[in-house]
Design a protein around this ligand. Sequence first.
Ligand code: DQQ
Length: 552
Amino acid sequence: KQSLRHGRTAYHFQPAKNWMNDPNGPLYHKGMYHLFFQYNPHGPLFGTGKLSWGHSVSGDLVNWAFLGTALDPTSPFDAEGCWSGSTTTLADGRPAILYTGRDANDVQVQNVAFPKNPSDPLLREWHKPSCNPVVPQPADVTRNNFRDPTTAWLGRDGLWRFAVVAEVGGVGSTVVYRSADFVHWERNAAPLHASPDVPVWECPDLFPVAERGTEGLDTSVSAGPGVRHVLKLSKAADEDYYVVGRYDDETDTFAPVDDGDHDVRNWRRIDHGHLFGAKTFFDARKKRRVLWAWVDETDSRSDDVGKDWTGIQTFPRALWLDADGKQLVQWPVEEIETLRRERVALVGAEIGSGGLHEIAGVDALQADVEVVFDLPSLEDAEELDPKWLQDPQKLCVYAEKKDASSPGPGGVGPFGLVVMASGDMREQTTVFFRVFRHGGTYKVLMCADLTRSSTKEGVHKPVYAGFVDVDVEKDRSISLRTLIDHSVIESFGGGGRTCITARVYPEHVVAGGSSHLYLFNNGAHPVTVSKLEAWELGTASVNVEEDYRVGT
Ligand code: DQQ
């Protein structure tokens, strides 16, 4: 197997070199998947060049060919950078790009671009018409915060709409524009959503979800029986929030279900780890909605210069509405299975209190691990002190401590996985659960503890945490799926209801050593692993150097 330099990933999306941030305009078109992305062709840092849209294509969402840049900052309406945006498939099947330009005066405006040759399935060349900007910056926008147009949707009145974030008089707003021809746009007076508590949002996404089942819906599917909408907003630097609600296509406004909380910071998180700028698209090939999101580095700038690349994307995730009607379920797209190689399995193994069980036989640096923990008894679960509800990270640290000075191991958990562990265990990252009693029922905590992930100084080693909204009393089990890929660990708790993505930089990995993978249980009582399957994953062909040369 090829050795991957500097934590470069084996099956996550990343360019061969240079800086990448937000995913832009994901699209399924004429049998090909397209991903555009914020890209600095001049180096591995954000500020050293004006941003372009990088462009890659794939037949399977796993293997990607880089085609160079689709948009470059060469016009008066984007001279300071081609910033984030989306693609929309128009009624005649032609795709269109909507993106934010930083114009020659560094004013954020919205532009369109169309393929030069719409019959080219690779959509290699894009034309920016001279009527740009199609949406100049409105006078009431403050501090030049006006960006990141969504995929447009077609209303029942035959008009296109897109949403874009705007700081309007200091209020973080998501505003809607309408158009009959995709070129002349008019702003709707009422915002789709306004959030007085946070002035600047980024990367909005609005999409319909079916109330039942896992099938995705085209972005233009109207509000109506059996359909809800999800609004997602991103708050720098790594907080993506979403809420399920009702979109009213007559007034172009949105309200959380049951007139829920309008303060976005109380909405659910797409991911409790380090992820930003998530964007979904409707995959007409497999009738599913797929999410991409940027996973930035958490090492130092000088590390990034040394590597000559910065930033990866999550492995694409299918997503749908949970049966509870309130939360999304996210799951790696099934195409990941084409990478599965060696498999190890375990059925019905008991992990006693303090137990550590190695999962040997797969390369633990490129792995896909699915495990189900059975919880025969919840009797010993401790009462959750409500003060921790707002601060679950601290609860994770407390949950893990085993030394005499701490309150000791919990009743039910912590139990989970130890991943990317060095032979001497000095480097290790834990992903685990712990069950508490709370309000007459139970609450499941999920954590990823990076504090011992690397012996290297100067890299971020946080603890990430979230609660998992599952009925553990009824289910008596909890599942964990973890994707491991050299410098990224993506975990899906409770069947994908709570996700935690983490970047790690273990020195034993950079040095080319092998890593270990374990099951552990630090709870007072045994847990049973009713099922475990771990696959070694092959290396995908992702934007390899040869493609880079073809594309430039
Ligand atoms: N990044 C883009 C902006 C967006 C921000 C510039 C979020 O369009 O608001 O790269 O990462």
